[in-house]
Design a protein around this ligand. Structure first.
Ligand SMILES: Nc1ncnc2c1ncn2[C@@H]1O[C@H](COP(=O)(O)OP(=O)(O)OP(=O)(O)O)[C@@H](O)[C@H]1O
Length: 227
């Protein structure tokens, strides 16, 4: 279904306790993302972008409310259940690549597939295709330390979609790159998302990149609102 809601946040609350103070970061946040939709999350530092992405990505549990993934309530499940869903259905890209330094680029993209139980030959073939798609097919045998910042992020993006997740969540994926490199990496990310029909929520401070997505949202008083 083209219009299917892939991910929904319903009444999500997140609070942090800092000494005697209780910080409310998400306060009844409502949000939904449909199949094939690419949405930018643009908000000032400290507004709660990472908190929202981590909660949507089942890395953190909401204090109230729930996260619905393809119709299934997942936010309040046990840590083990959320980890297993995350592994198969959610792709995450961070500002810093978090690639495993002792493995080559192609091995980094194979790993999530091997953990899922794919045969090594299949995992290698898919990883090779994804690296080609990200325009770094020739760099597959290199370790992360032998790649440029832009190349490292391309590998991290390929790894995030290696298991064909339902949704891609990205936290400032090009925030660590110079503007020109950021734009090229984003072109590749954009093409990959469009080609695969993935739903994507991407936090960025870059208004030009945000302007290329289907819609933009921000955080105000702990709620997700259109920008
Ligand atoms: N584990 C935690 N314990 C206490 N406070 C936290 C914790 N995690 C985040 N915060 C606070 O919650 C607020 C929102 O943090 P968050 O990282 O979600 O913001 P952000 O919009 O992603 O910021 P940035 O753009 O700087 O990454 C901040 O004030 C932060 O200090």
């Amino acid at each position: 279904m083209a219009n299917e809601k892939i991910i929904e946040l319903k009444g999500v609350e997140r609070h942090y306790v800092q000494g005697p103070r209780k910080l409310t970061i998400l306060n009844g946040a409502e949000f939904s993302l449909r199949r094939g939709e690419m949405v930018a999350l643009v908000a000032p530092s400290g507004a709660g972008k990472s908190t929202l992405l981590h909660t949507a990505g089942l890395l953190e549990k909401p204090d109230a409310g729930d996260v619905i993934l393809a119709g299934r309530a997942c936010g309040r499940l046990s840590d083990d259940a959320r980890t297993s869903i995350r592994r198969n259905d959610i792709g995450f890209v961070y500002q810093f690549h978090h690639l495993l330094p002792e493995f080559s680029a192609i091995e980094n993209v194979m790993l999530p597939q091997l953990v899922k139980g794919l045969a090594p030959a299949e995992a290698r073939a898919r990883a090779g295709q994804l690296l080609e798609y990200m325009q770094i097919g020739k760099r597959g045998q290199h370790r992360p330390s032998e790649l440029s910042g832009g190349e490292q992020q391309r590998v991290a993006i390929a790894r995030a979609v290696a298991n064909a997740p339902l949704v891609l969540l990205a936290d400032e994926p090009t925030g660590n790159l110079d503007p020109v490199t950021a734009s090229y990496v984003f072109d590749a990310l954009f093409a990959l998302v469009r080609q695969s029909g993935l739903a994507a929520l991407i936090a960025t401070h870059n208004h030009e990149l945000a302007g290329r997505m289907d819609r933009r949202v921000t955080l105000a008083d702990g709620k997700v609102v259109p920008l």
